[in-house]
Design a protein around this ligand. Structure first.
Ligand code: GAL
Length: 845
């Protein structure tokens, strides 16, 4: 992935100010992770090519019910009768009226919201069988295959797509994939015209869902075109298993070589182990073996090296294995497999150990959507999101409730975030096992993954003997594919029956009364908090207001099944035998509005909102999960009309005690209880509140909140001002408004309009308001409690991109920002070149 230097960030006049240092630091972390791996990004190595297939697509909505509105697909029930008849994937199809777009793309986020309570959990988007006009999407693009590729095998690979994909190439049906999260791919070689233009069409049907949360729609993850030899490495077959004894790392290496050529090959595999700087630290070689025509052969070897740098959240050191297949005296295929060296252990009495050290997992569960983009996240956004969570002191994420996007896992590997990686379907049926197998093989080399989750809250399987059978099959297969990690599941109730009997590590969703008893009764099974909290709050709101669908941001609200942040962490943070836990959720997400319904279109469980702007509870976690001294005072002090009303004033802090002052008058000092917070009730009067925090008898931190003036001036800040001209990179901008003294106005809620000009485009906008029905894609957005977010994306043209923001209130001074889009330091990922269409109507058209 292309990078800019950190110097650019620091020198930038636009970079976040000290008041928003949080995001700035989060970004700097992400940046350095990206800097470090810039030249390691491609996993394919010569002679293999892995080309990004994201650019230059055309898109149109079809129809799930009416064939005439769906390219006549299904018109006469004879569609699949013959090979070669799908004209929409040939040059005889005119797609000039279709929209041009690049991937990743989520068409669900572009749809308007509808007040239809059946769509509540998916975020009130008109998708599904009752909305056939919105639920089918067609993607099409032309691509050249050079004549020189003759003799190679060519595959199209999808990192995951939502949902029910049908793939066609040059008039021929290629294959299908149903679920929305597992990667899949097809060898399309036989259907290609070498030295000519070729046409691929993907029909996506989001009529059915996989989950009960916002899932997006379309090709929302990357697509790749992979070219390799007929003698080649199997997809996701390479593994590197590490063990550490004393100062030596021992690697068990393995892969599978497949032969789709026309003669038996005698082959061997070589491994070269490189450290993070690219220096070779070990090599290994398999014995030669033959690979039959249409056959596969497994190759293994071991390697050792001294003084490995161990992977941990603090030191996310990665190594790479360069895996090369040789036959006939030359390298026939190769790939780079990043891995880490570290040890993990779940202990029944002492919790979790990383590299022999006891570590509490301080985690959050997350869905995969973000403001402005829905489920289609540019890679940089994955790094940004992990940066926000790391900055909070968190060291773990759970990929609830599905297999993650690869770049999410890579961000965790590179930035140092442990992961509970979860499969979507808990089942030992063919589909469930295929999903599980794909997940394990795809991600088993990632050091961030410390445990596999077999699924979430399966009511029937939790309580029934069928659960034992299903789980036994899943756990057995997981251990075959990955003997280095244990299996858990997110279990809610019926502890001790069904699946619990089989799991290596028992997971607890909520139910704080259960773990102690369970632990006593099951002295050989370690425990983890697979899902906790579900605490609810709205960023910047300090009065729960049912009319407005908002919950106060004090840590006092949770649904019947949940716990506040303080409740769950006082429980999990104080039991040595507990491995730690994952709070529901890190980020707010679309769908599952709780406790309100329409017009709430997103959840309010997040510790940060859908943009990544922290709610106040973020600082509770930062105080007790992080390492720095923390003092966070809230609420803001702008409650016009509430003069004389008692207002709770809270402090999240890990100092010894805090004294509060209101307009200079002390309200008394409070000791901060371990894992607790301090609170006062004071009568509102405009002015200033101040908290002074003391450690070892000395005031070490102070924080103020002031009654600010009227909004006068808009402000835009970007986390980076130079982005790469690769058509993928993004800048994340924060919009806010200041008063005449330059102070942030935390109550501003008026609409802003944006104008974007130059060598980039507006990718999306958001504001973290769970009740906002404005479009994510139009160049305007209301501030919500003082903040909005704008995501700009580069094109492949270097130059500048300018964004202007203004309010309809002309008294408010507009703001503008200019970003540079440069190729200077960009390492462009190899991509399938864009090609112009070549429409040739047939005679009878
Ligand atoms: C859990 C469930 C999550 C989410 C959460 C909301 O029971 O596993 O997916 O629905 O409740 O509190």
């Amino acid at each position: 992935m292309p990078v800019v230097s950190r110097r650019d960030v620091l020198l930038s006049g636009l970079a976040f100010s000290a008041t928003s240092a949080l995001s700035s630091r989060a970004w700097a972390r992400a940046q350095s992770a990206l800097d470090a791996i810039a030249d390691q990004a491609p996993s394919a190595l010569a002679p293999r090519e892995k080309l990004l297939f994201d650019f230059g697509w055309r898109f149109d909505l079809g129809n799930g019910c009416v064939p005439a509105k769906d390219l006549d697909f299904g018109q006469d029930q004879g569609d699949f009768a013959k090979t070669g008849d799908f004209k929409f994937s040939t040059k005889h199809f005119d797609d000039s009226k279709w929209r041009s777009l690049n991937l990743p793309h989520d068409w669900a986020v572009e749809l308007p919201f509808v007040w239809d309570d059946d769509q509540k959990s998916h975020g009130y988007k008109p998708l599904g069988r009752r909305y056939p006009e919105n639920s089918v999407g067609w993607y099409r693009r032309a691509f050249d295959v050079p004549a020189s590729d003759q003799g190679r095998r060519i595959r199209v690979e999808f990192d995951g797509a939502f949902r029910s994909a049908l793939i066609f190439v040059n008039g021929c049906f290629i294959g299908r994939n149903d679920n929305g999260y597992a990667p899949f791919g097809f060898d399309i070689t036989d259907f290609l015209h070498f030295g000519e233009k070729n046409y691929i069409v993907v029909r996506m049907d989001a009529s059915f869902g996989d989950g009960w949360f916002y899932e997006g729609a379309g090709l929302y993850r990357h697509v790749w075109l992979v070219k390799h030899d007929t003698l080649h490495l199997g997809q996701h077959e390479s593994y590197v298993r590490t063990e550490v004894a004393g100062k030596t790392a021992t690697l068990a290496l393995g892969t599978v070589v497949e032969n789709i050529g026309d003669k038996v090959e005698t082959s061997r595999v070589r491994w070269e182990i490189q450290d993070a700087s690219g220096k070779t630290v070990a090599t290994a070689e398999s014995a030669p073996q033959s690979v039959e025509v249409d056959g596969k052969t497994s190759f293994t070897a071991t390697a050792k090296f001294a003084n490995p740098e161990l992977w941990s959240p603090e030191t996310p050191t990665l190594y790479s294995a360069i895996v090369t297949v040789e036959a006939g005296g030359k390298a026939r295929d190769a790939e780079r497999v990043p891995f880490g060296v570290r040890t993990i252990k779940f202990d029944v009495d002492k919790g979790f150990f990383l590299n022999g050290q006891s570590v509490k997992i301080k985690g959050t569960c997350n869905h995969q959507d973000h403001a402005g983009v829905g489920a289609a996240l540019p890679d940089r956004l994955q790094y940004f999101r992990i940066g926000v969570l790391k900055e909070m002191g968190s060291n773990g994420v759970r990929t609830s409730h599905n297999m993650p996007t690869p770049e999410w896992v890579e961000a965790c590997d590179r930035m140092g975030m442990m992961m509970m990686c979860e499969t979507r379907q808990m089942s030992s049926n063919a589909e469930g096992m295929a999903q599980l197998e794909t997940m394990i093989k795809r991600y088993r080399n990632s050091p961030s993954i410390v445990i596999w989750s077999m699924g979430n809250e399966e009511w029937y399987l939790q309580r029934d003997v069928v659960g034992e059978h299903v789980m036994a099959a899943m756990v057995r297969r997981t251990h075959e594919l990955d003997p280095t990690r244990q299996c858990t599941a997110a279990v809610n109730g019926s502890y001790g029956t069904g699946i619990s009997k089989i799991l290596d590590v028992e997971g607890f969703n909520y139910n704080l009364k259960s773990p102690d008893e369970y632990h006593k009764a099951h002295p050989t099974q370690p425990c983890i908090g697979s899902e906790t909290a579900s605490a609810i709050s709205t960023r910047g709101e300090y009065f729960t207001d049912k009319q407005r669908n908002v919950m106060s941001a004090y840590d006092t609200n949770q649904p019947g099944w949940g716990e506040t942040a303080e409740e769950w962490w006082k429980f999990y943070g104080t039991r040595e035998w507990m491995a730690g836990g994952f709070a529901w959720t890190g980020f707010d997400y679309r769908g599952e509005p709780t406790p309100y319904g329409w017009p709430s279109i997103s959840s309010q469980f997040g510790i940060v909102d859908t943009c990544g702007y922290p709610k106040d509870t973020y600082f509770y976690y930062k105080a007790w999960w992080g390492k720095d001294p923390i003092l966070h005072l809230f609420p803001h002090w702008n409650f016009e009309g509430k003069e004389g009303v008692e207002i709770p004033v809270w402090v999240h802090s890990n100092l010894d005690s805090v004294e509060l002052f209101v307009n200079g008058e002390s309200q008394g000092s409070k000791t901060i209880e371990h894992l607790g917070h301090a609170e006062w009730k004071v009568k509102y009067a405009p002015g200033v509140i101040e908290a002074r925090g003391t450690k070892d008898g000395k005031v070490v931190l102070t924080e103020k909140r002031e009654t600010v003036g009227k909004p006068t001036t808009l402000k835009l800040s970007a986390e980076r001002t130079t982005i790469d001209a690769d058509g993928e990179d993004i800048a994340i901008l924060r919009a806010e408004v200041l008063d005449d003294q330059g102070r942030h106005v935390p109550t501003a809620n008026f609409q802003l309009e944006f104008k974007v000009t130059g060598a980039g485009k507006l990718l999306g906008v958001g504001n973290g308001d769970p009740n906002c029905l404005e479009s994510d894609k139009e160049p305007k957005r209301s501030l919500y409690n003082g903040l909005a977010q704008i995501i700009l994306q580069s094109t492949k043209t270097p130059g500048q991109i300018t964004i202007e923001a203004k309010s309809t209130d002309e008294q408010i001074k507009p703001a503008a920002a200019t970003l540079s889009i440069t190729t200077q330091q960009a390492t462009l990922r190899p991509a399938v070149p864009e090609t112009s269409e070549d429409y040739k109507p047939e005679k009878n058209d």
